[in-house]
Design a protein around this ligand. Structure first.
Ligand SMILES: Cc1ncc(COP(=O)(O)O)c(C=O)c1O
Length: 390
């Protein structure tokens, strides 16, 4: 790093006195874990997003797991998903003894290719238990088409909307198209609770089931026991369960962040516009798809390797040396040693995922990233690209 004080991090949560006050108030209340604040957070979230139920959980991974549990996915069944995602999307499928059925992505959107989804359904028929699309980087999958397809074959959808809050596709929030939708509040996400997540659904039965599974299979929520005047000690375990509840400490941060979600979204949109305009004339780049709803959790640029004399990794090193934090989304799951060994994948099994991975760089985007710094990122990308142009 040339100058540490000038470093532009890749991601940074936006938190201030309001979050501090909210946490302090919980600390002083005498009740730290899941209670009234988590309940309020759930109510506010479900009103915000327009879903009948919202269940706060301690990670999106937990939320995805609960979703698949509530759908009673069985061992050896298949769940269609993308290899171009974080491992959480696929590992939860294996928690149930089921298998991820990867299909390749669309080159421009980075999202699952719906023609390939249909092909997979036709090939594997009744073994397909669920479709788990990921809105990569916050760019919405074509949920209208996917929903039509899923309905036609009577397959439920669990949306991995970890990146996609809060964005609407024709006035309906992404994450509310499937039977279930899951959001992440991990530290670098569009709103954060440090660690946390939310599952949304309109289905009463699935919500009730997840509520029980979320807390050790107990038939009443902790806050009932806490607030109820009589029999506050009494509970019944009615099924196997998990420890997936969100604490009031985290929920307090979430409530403040939720109030700011639209403001954050506008900031991200503004930064994406600056990048799209500022980098439009770079013939050595492909810019992200801007033609549909995008939450702009990530801004992924793709190098055109045939135009450059340096590799993607060298490009990344040069950005880092110039004091710009970057990342790569994603290393496809089929080339991860675990999945490779388990399913015998070869890199070329998902050629588009592989090609996009090898040429992609995620550049900084977050509320609080100044216009001056965005312009510095743009200028640095141009300088590197044009000084290593073929
Ligand atoms: C696409 C995707 N799904 C799920 C997750 C899991 O989120 P969490 O860390 O809240 O469990 C992540 C985390 O980064 C993600 O990128």
């Amino acid at each position: 790093m040339k100058n540490q004080s000038n470093f532009i991090p890749f991601a940074k949560p936006y938190l201030d006195r309001k979050e501090e006050r909210a946490v302090l108030s919980v600390l002083r209340s005498g009740w730290l874990t899941t209670g009234k604040v988590a309940l309020e957070f759930e109510r506010e979230f479900r009103e915000f997003i327009g879903a009948k139920h919202a269940l706060a959980v301690n990670s999106a991974t937990a939320g995805l797991h609960l979703s698949l549990e509530s759908l009673a996915i069985r061992p050896k069944q298949l769940v269609i998903t993308t290899p171009y995602t974080f491992v959480a999307s696929a590992e939860v499928i294996e928690y149930l003894g089921a298998h991820p059925l990867f299909v390749d992505i669309n080159e421009t959107s980075y999202n699952i290719d719906l023609l390939l989804v249909e092909k997979a359904i036709k090939r594997y028929k009744k073994r397909i238990a669920c479709i788990l699309p990921v809105h990569v980087g916050g760019l919405a999958c074509d949920m209208h088409r996917l929903r039509e397809l899923a309905r036609h074959y009577s397959i439920p959808i669990v949306e991995d909307a970890a990146h996609a809050f809060p964005v609407q596709l024709e006035k309906k929030y992404v994450g509310t198209f499937g039977e279930l939708g899951v959001f992440s509040f991990y530290a670098n996400k569009t709103i954060t609770t440090g660690e946390g997540g939310m599952v949304v659904t309109d289905n009463d039965k699935l919500a009730k089931h997840m509520q029980i599974l979320r807390l050790h299979g107990i038939d009443r929520e902790v806050w009932d026991r806490y607030t109820s005047k009589t029999n506050s000690w009494y509970y019944q375990v009615v099924s196997k369960g998990f420890k997936y509840n969100l604490s009031d400490l985290c929920a307090a941060i979430g409530r403040v962040q939720l109030e700011r979600a639209h403001e954050f979204f506008l900031d991200r949109k503004k930064i994406s516009r600056l990048y799209l305009d500022g980098l439009a004339d770079c013939d050595f780049l492909c810019l992200p798809d801007n033609s549909t709803a995008h939450a702009w959790h990530l801004f992924i640029i793709r190098l055109r390797p045939q135009t450059l004399t340096i590799t993607r990794d060298e490009f990344i090193n040069k950005l880092q040396q110039a004091g710009i934090g970057v990342s790569v989304h994603f290393i496809p799951l089929h080339v991860m040693p675990y999945f490779k060994k388990r399913y015998g994948f070869k890199a070329e099994d998902f050629p588009i995922a592989m090609r996009n991975y090898l040429s992609s760089i995620s550049i900084p985007i977050y509320p609080g990233l100044s216009e001056v710094n965005v312009k510095r990122v743009i200028a640095t990308i141009k300088k590197i690209g044009y000084s290593h142009h073929k």
